[in-house]
Design a protein around this ligand. Sequence first.
Ligand SMILES: C=C(O[C@@H]1C=C(C(=O)O)C=C[C@H]1O)C(=O)O
Length: 449
Amino acid sequence: MSTGTQGTSTPTPLASLPRLASATFDFPAAVNVPLDDFVTTDSALVWLRNSEGMIGLGEVFSVAAQGTDRFHELRQAWNELLSAKASSDAELFAFVAVAFSHTSAHASRLVVPEMVIRKKGGDAYLTWLFDPESGIAPEADHETLRERALERLAVLQHESSVGHLDFPDVADVPTEDRLLVGHVSDEQYVESIKRGVERINSGELTKLVLARDAVAELAQPVQVSRILKELSVRYRDCWTYSMRGLIGATPEMLIQVINGTARARVLAGTLDRKSAPVADPDYAKRALSEDEKQRHEHQLAIDSLTSQLLPYVTHMDAHIEPFVLELPNVWHLASDVTAKLPSKDAPNALDLAEILHPTAAVCGTPTVAAASAILELEGMDRGRYAGPVGWIDSHGNGEFGIALRGGIVESAHRIRLFAGCGVVAASDPASELAESWAKMRPMQQALNL
Ligand SMILES: C=C(O[C@@H]1C=C(C(=O)O)C=C[C@H]1O)C(=O)O
């Protein structure tokens, strides 16, 4: 584990934890405009849906972790930061993204921004996190703090992303925008799906989610904030996220915890809207809700979430019948789950993300066998793709989506895109390949590729 004030800084001992205080203000500037307008720098931490959500600017603390204990190390650092708060009523927020696998070479991260802009139900707030020992008198009156916060906001809104996005320099700048084969070519992906189906037929597994990648190379430097705006406008019902190079717009909510209520949106079963016959309004319902393969795939995903969640809740409601979720590129079979958390010693949003990850929507059934089959068959490191991404606050509230329909910015001119598909005994490799391209379409569109 390493901690520091910059994403890539050298490790500092936890003894140097900042003792943070907070001040929260109404923020009328964001009331009548979409929150997306405040994504003004590529280093912004972003969580947006339907023009609302949360944006983080600047960084007062960050921690990185890898391996089997990655969740635990992030949680521990967060708990220590909360214990070190300058005052008990200080309100802290962190953005978090965790690698899919304990074997990943990519770091999982928890970042506490200096400034948080939140918008919910039309109301907007600005929270400033500061260390009172660094010259800001904790007893300063509200109005003085507000003025200082707005001054800091003006600086942070135009902060350079250097130091936050750990890109290597590129020697050769591409002369044109292009999409290249990633670690897994189309042929290799089809092959891995065939092998996945064989494993399922051998009885070792019931469902396996296999993913592949593609690389977008751009002649102009990647403009993260522009890509995010495109995604959030087109995919309004998805959660648009940006967390230190991990970007995308996911339709799948791993877990949301707000004031004692936990919610999840489980997806599995996909249909490309491009292949839909025109003038057939019932097509999606027929091809998803009434299709045995899709229903089976979906049921495995919902069972994996509900069985993991059940021991931690006092009451749970799940749709008996999944519904069809319509996105601009695909339809999904979807189920929403709502659960009540106990009033004492309830797990927080990050605890639950660890408990629930990975669901059968992105891994398979049974989980352990599927996770090892992914390592054997997939041929790439998923990094933070398909891991939990979202935010948590000092009350234990938070939202963690599954980092899908996006990619990882690898250099100033390069983004690696990822997509995967649930494989069951009845899967057809060519259809799964086509489905993986449909799932990459949102990013390709946002990149004009
Ligand atoms: C794995 C992905 O998506 C997951 C797999 C789905 C499926 O196989 O039908 C549907 C939604 C997601 O749970 C992805 O988008 O990369």
